[in-house]
Ligand binder design. Structure first.
Ligand SMILES: NC(=O)c1ccc[n+]([C@@H]2O[C@H](COP(=O)([O-])OP(=O)(O)OC[C@H]3O[C@@H](n4cnc5c(N)ncnc54)[C@H](OP(=O)(O)O)[C@@H]3O)[C@@H](O)[C@H]2O)c1
Length: 227
């Protein structure tokens, strides 16, 4: 069994999820940031890929005290679990992924992560699961999360991990904020990275919602991923 996976991302009209500078550019509007917090508050875990984790060290908490209180009143932890999938973890022990909470924190990694980093993560209370092989086994990671009670999971990028989830058929839903902006740049990260697919292998999506989310013209597009 695997969790129900909602892929969430913010993208420019030209399909970029960051600029060529790769510094984690702001793309969401205030309305979209609110939607993201509400979506986070509705899931058991939030998951990010290693490049996003190592370079941006995201908080991944629900932030709003009201949303946190509603979770507590429903018998849930204040924040969803925070999960990182990273070939070689290089996390700052004082960074937000580790410190922002309270939240259960899990890192799936490989033997490429140093013994010092593994010791630091464990000492900080992070649950570390090391998979043999060059990369984390995503199917196994999802099955492990399901056995830990994670039934509904939000994948918050980046493009490499999103591509793998789609390739393997592990994504159920895509919620996409499209900002009225252009970043350009052939090397700027796009929504779905990886090696790509041929025309005959292209993935098809079923549109379930289109909404104008803000006065600036940002759109919310929701799709079901077809297996
Ligand atoms: N706008 C948005 O909504 C949004 C959200 C999040 C991130 N971003 C942007 O996305 C960019 C980062 O994306 P990214 O594509 O470079 O990386 P990413 O998806 O954040 O990270 C992929 C990581 O997962 C690791 N990994 C381990 N096992 C894997 C497996 N089985 N399959 C796939 N990956 C596996 C990869 O390791 P190796 O490749 O080293 O093996 C790599 O470290 C940043 O610029 C960030 O700002 C945008």
């Amino acid at each position: 069994m695997k969790p129900y996976v909602i892929i969430n991302a913010a993208m420019t009209v030209d399909g970029k999820i960051d600029t060529v500078e790769r510094k984690g550019a702001g793309i969401s509007s205030a309305e979209d940031r609110r939607r993201v917090l509400e979506l986070r508050a509705s899931v058991d875990a939030v998951l990010v890929g290693g490049h996003t984790l190592n370079s941006e060290n995201p908080k991944l908490t629900v932030k709003d005290p009201l949303l946190a209180a509603q979770r507590l009143a429903a018998g849930l932890p204040e924040n969803p679990a925070k999960v990182g999938i990273v070939t070689r973890a290089e996390l700052d022990p004082d960074g937000d992924f580790i410190k922002a909470g309270p939240a259960r924190r899990l890192i799936f990694t490989t033997p490429q992560t140093s013994a010092e980093q593994l010791a630091m993560l464990t000492a900080a209370g992070v649950e570390v699961l090391v998979h043999d092989g060059k990369r984390v086994d995503l199917g196994l990671a999802l099955e492990t999360l399901e056995t830990l009670g994670i039934k509904r999971l939000m994948l918050e990028g980046g493009g490499t991990l999103i591509a793998e989830f789609i390739r393997l058929g592990f994504g159920n839903e895509l919620q996409l904020y499209v900002a009225p902006k252009l970043f350009g740049g052939a090397n700027a990260p796009t929504l779905v990275a990886g090696d790509g697919w041929s025309e005959s292998e292209a993935k098809t999506l079923a549109l379930v919602e289109v909404r104008v989310l803000d006065s600036a013209g940002g759109l919310l597009l929701c799709y079901l991923l077809q297996k």
